[in-house]
Write a protein that binds this ligand. Structure first.
Ligand code: 4NP
Length: 157
């Protein structure tokens, strides 16, 4: 890859799963010495301008990452030009991303878990209505995917 990869993680609200995916990817990329532009967004506008869910902030903090300064935003058409990879946390987000994608865009759009051998086609479950322990499972999924994505991007450079 000639240019620095630019990765956008997308869930519904941009307060639970995609901030954790962004944090996991930043950590995995830093550990691997991979330079990348990284952000996250939601398909919905419910939580624009808000910090991540306190349960996501606490989960990231357990892994040494401060995400309290992240702020929710909604994916927009310009993101399809800004980002080389747009990774959806689940199938309905993937469908909504594809629905708003401008004609002729060049971003690679896929499910995040497609990065993990044996987990292709899987969703990262929405933890919003669940207890705190579900966020630990969210972290396990996004951390595995982040490591796999970093390995792919590093191999492509
Ligand atoms: P996320 O979780 O998509 O992982 O950020 C959710 C956050 C908010 C809502 C649903 C899911 N909500 O309905 O407000």
């Amino acid at each position: 890859m000639n240019h620095k990869p630019a990765i956008l993680f997308v869930c519904l609200g941009n307060i639970c799963r995609s901030p954790l995916a962004e944090a996991a990817f930043r950590k995995a990329a830093a550990e691997a010495g991979l330079e990348a532009h990284t952000d996250s967004a939601g398909t919905a506008a419910y939580h624009v301008g808000e910090p991540p869910d306190p349960r996501s902030i606490a989960t990231a903090a357990r892994y040494g990452i401060d995400i309290a300064h992240y702020r929710g935003r909604q994916i927009e058409a310009a993101d399809f030009a800004r980002f080389s990879h747009i990774l959806a946390l689940d199938h309905s987000n993937l469908a909504n991303i594809r629905r708003i994608a401008p004609d002729g865009h060049t971003a690679h759009v896929s499910l995040l878990m497609d990065m993990v051998p044996g987990r292709e086609g899987a969703a990262v479950a929405d933890p919003y209505y669940d207890g705190e322990e579900q966020f630990e499972y969210t972290w396990e999924d996004v951390w595995r995917a982040a490591q796999a994505l970093v390995a792919r991007l590093a191999a492509a450079q």
